[in-house]
Ligand binder design. Structure first.
Ligand code: ATP
Ligand code: MG
Length: 243
């Protein structure tokens, strides 16, 4: 089996994540995409992040009509900080050594990869596919990495290509160790941060997230502005917001 793995905070999942996954799934002829929400991301202040179970539920709802897109609770069930390399090892144990894993990440995430736990090992255990994201130059990735970062990644080689250039040798062949694929996909200028901001301001997020996710956010009042106490007497605003 050939499985695409996409990790992230998914706070919340949006159409940018889903479109990138869809393009890679189709071009590489993968059997499945597994989204892995990080329970305790090493690089984010978890105090500001929605509860893991909410983020997991939203990924589940976002993929409900897409049979080959699934969500894994693997990082939710593991205590401590969520490190991708541990997740990859666990997935290989679960699926068996014959399974090929394609680790999909946006270019912004890849530029931080050298600081991740056992980054070199991650590149050895999976085929890393870096996808375009508005605001970042995919064709400049190799040039902007410092020698120290290149070394931390084990001096990988890079191949830059458009999604239409992913031929059978890449789509059917085994991953090449130490090769990083930089793939131009249709990338949508959407971020979770922008969605949280829109919700907080009471503005529409339609067509940025799946409708199921929008409904879930509303039902659970995620990202909404904290009610402030009204001046003077009367009921507190907090009371009005209680169900
Ligand atoms: P935040 O704004 O909170 O950082 P985000 O939109 O960047 O959220 P993450 O959960 O941080 O989403 O990202 C998970 C993965 O998805 C990363 O590899 C990231 O590069 C990728 N990604 C995020 N948004 C997009 C997008 N619009 N297009 C392509 N890839 C994306
Ligand atoms: Mg991000």
């Amino acid at each position: 089996m050939r499985i695409g793995v996409m990790g992230g905070t998914f706070d919340p999942i949006h159409l940018g994540h889903l479109r990138a996954a869809e393009e890679i799934y189709l071009a590489f002829g993968l059997d499945r995409i597994v989204f892995v929400p990080a329970a305790r991301p090493p690089h984010k202040d978890t105090g500001d992040v929605a509860a893991p179970i909410h983020r997991y539920e939203m990924v589940s709802l976002a993929t409900v009509f897409t049979p080959d897109f699934t969500v894994s609770p693997i990082e939710l069930n593991r205590p401590g900080t969520s490190y991708s390399v541990d997740t990859i090892r666990e997935l290989l144990r679960m699926y068996g050594k014959e399974t090929l894993l394609y680790f999909i990440m946006g270019v912004d995430a890849f530029l931080e990869l050298s600081a991740w736990k056992e980054a070199r090992e991650l590149l050895r255990l999976t085929q890393v596919i870096v996808t375009a994201r508005p605001g970042w130059r995919l064709d400049e990735v190799e040039r902007v990495l410092t020698p120290v970062q290149q070394a931390a990644l084990g001096h990988p080689t890079f191949k830059y290509l458009r999604i239409s250039e992913v031929g059978p040798e890449l789509a059917q062949g085994a991953p090449v160790p130490g090769l990083v694929l930089l793939v131009e996909v249709v990338s949508l200028d959407i971020s979770s941060r922008e969605i949280r901001q829109l919700v907080e301001e009471g503005r529409s997020v339609r067509f940025l997230v799946p409708d199921t996710v929008a409904a879930y956010m509303q039902k659970n009042r995620l990202y909404q502005k904290r009610p402030t106490r009204p001046r003077g007497g009367g009921r507190k605003e907090e009371d009005l917001h209680r169900g």
